[in-house]
Design a protein around this ligand. Sequence first.
Ligand code: UN1
Length: 511
Amino acid sequence: PEAMLALAGEIEAAAAGRPQAGPIIGGQLRSGEAMEVKNPADTHETVGSVVLSTAADVEDAVGRAARAFADWSGMRAEARAACLDRAADLMEQRRGEIIALCIREAGKTIGDAVAELREAVDFCRYYAARARTDFAAPQALPGPTGERNQLYLHGRGVFVCISPWNFPLAIFMGQVSAALVAGNCVIAKPAEQTPLIASLAVRLLHQAGVPGDVLHLLPGDGPGVGAPLTRDPRIAGIAFTGSTETARLINRTLAAKDGPIVPLIAETGGQNAMIVDSTALPEQVVRDVLISSFQSAGQRCSALRVLFVQQDIGVKLEKMLAGAMAELKIGNPAWLQTDIGPVIDAEAKAMLETHAQRMEREGKLVYRNKLGAECAGGHFFAPAAYRIDNLNRLQREVFGPVLHVIHYAADRLDEVLAAVNGTGYGLTLGIHSRIDGKIAYIAERLRVGNAYVNRNMIGAVVGVQPFGGEGLSGTGPKAGGPRYLHRFATERTLTIDTTAAGGNASLLSLT
Ligand code: UN1
């Protein structure tokens, strides 16, 4: 409790500030006409301000990054890794300010904001450690006598990182730190809704030793910043987390331009299911469904959207779920007792309300929370659960606190698996069962990136549960996994003739 009080004090003190965001180019914050950034929990409250990037800013940033690449990629991996460790230290030191900003700019609850900070720190430390093992020295490969083969990893060039508002610090830092430590210069385009957290993150990375011309921040929207960056022939790759539609748009733009062929690392949406059979423990299922569907107001790509429950226990489970949902506290995310804060903006709320209206007609209401007076001033959406007859009712990912329940007959499990695979997404999966053979049967047949058994299905831990999907859910490699950095690098093979005929080349050493 004492530590919590101290943290609450830090958060309160930090909330008094009025941070400014804008293009950060060559380490300098550009001024210009500023727009207010509002608190999604209270739209009368201005959190800070942002200056949007111009076409000239984009040009300037890419040019500087391209010129800085040779020096940065030529540094020893250890020096780049040390920058990430220092950035992690700085984030820990400024935790109150960072947590306050995650609450006020992104509408995160205190618990989610703490987890966000921790994940960002974990990403920096984990990628620093991976760079030390994988990038510090070339890998020796086997070869015949008289020949030496070595595999080098090298930065690609100017990497563009396009990040989402739902993890404005963790995913932002994850992408940027990976690209940097692999030897790339970075242009970061944060989500339009969360430029303040991104600005703070970039300033900390600069303070940690990343040169101003190696990392630039360009706040703005897709057409103004994302599109010109994607079209630019000088960029060497894009890391993107966001919607499947936007990933397709980026792919099309990359395919249409002249110049080098570059990778897109995409982490996109999901239509995530949990499959519960009649041997599952109902209390445990209810707890894990609440966390998976409603924590973070359901605004995670990993969140549970469709609960398949064996029909024998379907009605009982729905009753228990309704009772548990009634206990959820929806309100100001800055209050400790709040379980669920607002959704990100008016557009998100409107889309969710439209979906809820359709579900009122096409489905059967299991439960919907009511919003209290404290929700009047913000973008709050009452969590809801509906029973639907089949998965075809859902065309797209519904990004918010809405759960869909489908009852299935025990002898129709294969149809459930076919329906889930048929969505084309493949991100997370939950299984609740006490039958080992059944768990294995389901896990083997579903094409998903992260499957969770007899627990909730969100909150993948960096380095422990590498995260990412397949199909419509993304390209891999997995964030927080041992091979994530490799996709940000090129591989170069050096083959040396070490016989007399090869002369002195055996003395050659490139590190
Ligand atoms: C996302 O919502 O974009 O497993 C990713 C989780 C998080 C990742 C979510 N670590 O919930």
